[in-house]
Design a protein around this ligand. Structure first.
Ligand code: ZN
Length: 341
């Protein structure tokens, strides 16, 4: 019980990309880049194991960004046709590629690093993919017209990729849906249906990560406007609870999400964020344990997976892996208490 895991991204090594920066360009090219991505994935897996993480992830070492990494091997997208658009309901602007034709998966997107990760760990392996609604919110559309139609097309491509990852031996497939916190009415309307389409037929454990974003300035400023209690999940959790997705990842450390909202997720595994991604201060094991104990008031220990609030990509390597060690140590403290009961 209390198996630890990560939400998704981790910092890349200095030789692969500039540190402490989102969307950092690669420092290698061609074959060297492919080898570098593979080596970074294996290194990340080993560092997670050394930190004591139970369910390790690929750390998103082989993608520049968690959304656009998946788009790289799809037909129907013109990467030269850049459109500036406000994303997450205009929280920030980004220059994004444009959909100009039917979305089709040309071939494997993440197979290389999934195989490398699988070959080098005996731990359970988790892999993250962007959710359909979040992809649609991070790309311009000049072909489909309706957001839900575009999302369903991406969901079909995601489903093909997820089945490949499962065949490689990935144990947990998580879809990242930060957009679920922004377009509250569209989530029950079509967001969940697209998410379930992406997960259709999988026997691997399925998860969804909804969140209030990386610890970057635009998100920190936005959170400051949300008031004393963040109650967005009150609208989305009941719809997620009714879905076929097995696990839900949310932030609990230094967040203003009222923890009793977790009751709305009855029956799901809860990946409880006990690591703050907006602060470089490394949590103490005792602080991690305190967060886990708070969440235990609402979730049975066998359904609780201590996790990070979000991805750690924008941090330095020593801070990020220091936080993972604290996560494992804090979970061990609580595990000891529970087994002594
Ligand atoms: Zn997140």
């Amino acid at each position: 019980m209390l198996f630890t895991t990560i939400a998704g991204s981790l910092p890349k090594p200095l030789w692969l990309a500039e540190p402490e920066k989102l969307w950092a360009p690669w420092r290698l090219q061609g074959e060297a880049l492919e080898e570098g991505k593979r080596d970074a994935t294996i290194l990340s897996i080993k560092l997670q194991e050394d930190a004591g993480i139970d369910i390790v992830g690929d750390g998103e070492q082989a993608r520049v960004h968690f959304v656009h990494g998946f788009l790289a091997n799809l037909d129907g997208i013109d990467f030269e046709r850049k459109t500036v658009m406000g994303i997450r309901n205009n929280r920030y602007k980004a220059e994004v590629p444009t959909v100009t034709g039917p979305i089709r998966r040309k071939g494997s997107v993440h197979g290389m690093e999934a195989r490398a990760a699988r070959a080098h760990t005996t731990h359970k392996l988790k892999f993250t993919l962007p959710g359909p609604m979040t992809i649609v919110d991070t790309i311009a559309d000049a072909h489909y017209g309706r957001r839900e139609d575009l999302a369903m097309a991406f969901a079909a491509a995601l489903n093909e990729e997820a089945h490949e990852l499962q065949a490689i031996g990935v144990d947990v497939i998580q879809f990242d849906e930060p957009a679920f916190n922004v377009y509250m009415e569209e989530v029950p309307d079509w967001g969940i249906a697209c998410l379930e389409r992406a997960a259709q037929g999988l026997t691997a454990t399925t998860a969804v990560h909804i969140c209030y974003g990386y610890g970057i300035k635009a998100n920190i400023d936005w959170k400051a406007t949300l008031g004393a209690e963040w109650r967005h999940y009150e609208q989305t959790f009941p719809a997620i609870a009714r879905s076929s997705i097995k696990q839900v990842s949310l932030e609990c450390r230094n967040s203003r999400v009222p923890l009793d909202l977790i009751k709305l997720l009855d029956g799901k595994d809860v990946l409880a964020g006990a690591i703050d991604v907006a602060s470089n201060a490394i949590e103490t094991p005792e602080e991690v344990a305190a967060t886990i104990r708070d969440v235990l008031a609402y979730v049975a220990p066998e359904k609780l997976f201590p996790c990070t609030n979000c991805g750690l990509a924008p941090m330095s390597g020593p801070v990020a892996y220091g936080k993972l060690a604290a996560l494992a140590a804090g979970a061990a403290l609580v595990r000891k208490e529970l087994s002594g009961r």
